[in-house]
Design a protein. Structure first.
Lengths: 144, 144
DNA sequence: CAGAATCCGTCATGATACTG
DNA sequence: CAGTATCATGACGGATTCTG
C-alpha cells in the first residue's frame, strides 16, 4: 500500500477483504444490508421472544417464511448478536433475546434510519434526476 | 398493526417494506451491506477522483472489475451520495466526489467499523461456539 | 411449536473481451 | 480513459411440504 492508511481506514476496506480480521466487520455490515436482520433485532428488543411470536410480529409488517426467519436468526446467533435458549419441553419452546452487541447494532440502525428521514427529500430528487438522465440517453427527445 | 409503533420503529421496518417512503432507508442499508460501496465512498473522500484512479486505489485493497465499480458508482450517484462530472474532452475525463449525504453515510460507516474492533473478540467466541454446536448436531460423539 | 427439506427466481459478484 | 457486453456462479429471498 503506497498511501497512508490508519486503523479505521484499513477496517473500512474490510468488506472487500478476505483476511481473518475482516470477518466481523463484513458480517455486521451484511446484517445491516439484508432484508430482515434489522427488523428482527428490533422485534426482539422488548425482551425474550419465541419463534412463532417473532414470526407473527414481523408478519404484521411483511410476511416472512419460517425458512428465512430461521436463517436470519441463525446468522444473528452465530455472530453473537442474539442468544437462543431451548427449553426441553414438549411442545418445543425456544426463546431469543438480544446480546449487548445486538442492542448496540440496533442503536446504530436506529441512528441511520432516523437520518434517512432528513435525507429522503434529497434522495428522491437525486433519483428523479438520475432517471431523467438515463431516459435521455436511451431515448433522446425528438429534435425540433 | 396492533402494537404501538412510533416513527423510528416504522422506519426500522422499512427494509422489509415496499412502500414508497421506504425506498431511501432500504437503499442506504443496502449500500452499507454490499461489498464495495463503503470502500468506494472512503476512497472518494479526499476530493474529486477519476474512474481509473479510483479503480487503482481500490485495487490496492482488492481487485475490482470495471463492471462492478461502474455499477457501484451508478448506485451511489442515483441515490445522491456521489456526483459524477463529465468533462467533454478526449480522452474522456470523469470526476466523482462525495455529496454531503455521502460524507454523512461514510461517517456512519466509520463509527460502525470502529465499533467492530471492540466487538471482534466476542464475535469470534460466538462463531466458534456456534460451529461447535453445529458440529455436535451433525456428528454426535460416539457413545462410549 | 420450531423448525428442516426441497425447489425456484432474482440479484450481486466476477472474469473476460470489446469500444467511443 | 471510462466505460459496455457477455457469460458464469453463488448467496439471498420465497413458497410449499414435512417432522420430532
Amino acid at each position: 500500500m503506497t498511501y497512508s492508511m490508519h486503523e479505521t481506514s484499513r477496517l473500512l476496506a474490510e468488506p472487500a477483504m478476505e483476511s481473518d480480521g475482516a470477518v466481523a466487520t463484513r458480517a455486521v455490515l451484511s446484517r445491516l444490508g439484508d432484508r430482515w436482520s434489522v427488523l428482527t433485532l428490533h422485534m426482539t428488543d422488548d425482551g425474550p421472544i419465541r419463534f412463532t411470536e417473532l414470526k407473527r410480529r414481523i408478519g404484521q409488517i411483511h410476511p416472512i417464511s419460517a425458512r428465512v426467519l430461521t436463517r436470519t436468526l441463525k446468522q444473528l446467533e452465530r455472530d453473537g448478536l442474539v442468544t437462543r435458549k431451548v427449553y426441553p419441553v414438549v411442545p418445543p419452546k425456544v426463546e431469543y433475546r438480544l446480546t449487548r452487541h445486538g442492542e448496540r447494532l440496533l442503536r446504530f440502525s436506529r441512528e441511520i434510519v432516523d437520518w434517512t428521514r432528513e435525507f429522503r427529500a434529497d434522495f428522491e430528487v437525486a433519483r428523479d434526476a438520475f432517471e431523467a438522465r438515463s431516459f435521455r440517453q436511451i431515448r433522446p427527445p425528438a429534435p425540433r
